[in-house]
Write a protein that binds this ligand. Sequence first.
Ligand code: GDP
Ligand code: MG
Length: 181
Amino acid sequence: VMHNNRKEHLYKILVIGDLGVGKTSIIKRYVQQSFSSNYRATIGVDFALKVLNWDSETFRLQLWDIAGQERFGNMTRVYYREAVGAFIVFDVTRPATFEAVTKWKADLDSKLTLPNGKNASVVLLANKCDHGYDALWGSDGRMEQFCQENGFVGWFKTSAKVLPQPGLTDPLYVIYQLAHG
Ligand code: GDP
Ligand code: MG
């Protein structure tokens, strides 16, 4: 779509994972540059829009924040429909949320197929790394291998709480590249 001589793209991106891993916080940090330690479970579907202007193109990233259905771990096709990519988030302080990651991936892959017949690109986020990472999770190589074996395009250590995050590539940039390229 052309608008004011700018090429516009709209991408639907899902943010999924178990309850309390920090999905809403990551989106808030990214879109509004804020963080709150008040726990408030998302109810209903939340959307956030991040607009990136690069060269002559505008990218509207519509972030879909899973909303309470984490408890069931089984989303409807309607929710996933027309997404181009997803983040699956786990909490490094709770290993059970990492075990759930493959379930989320399987649920997504079984219900969402891109127009080109492929699965959507999925990035894994190891969140709450401000609590430390290495003690619990060992080497980065282990996670690389997990991503390769389970079809994730990559992974990042994230913290919605602490900025700056050394060595962190903006994961939404990765999704953008995948959606665009
Ligand atoms: P959601 O259920 O996945 O959307 O999780 P929330 O975004 O609601 O976060 C759950 C709780 O974890 C809240 O109390 C947040 O303040 C906290 N939290 C989220 N991200 C981080 C993080 O990166 N580091 C720390 N220390 N706490 C976080
Ligand atoms: Mg939430």
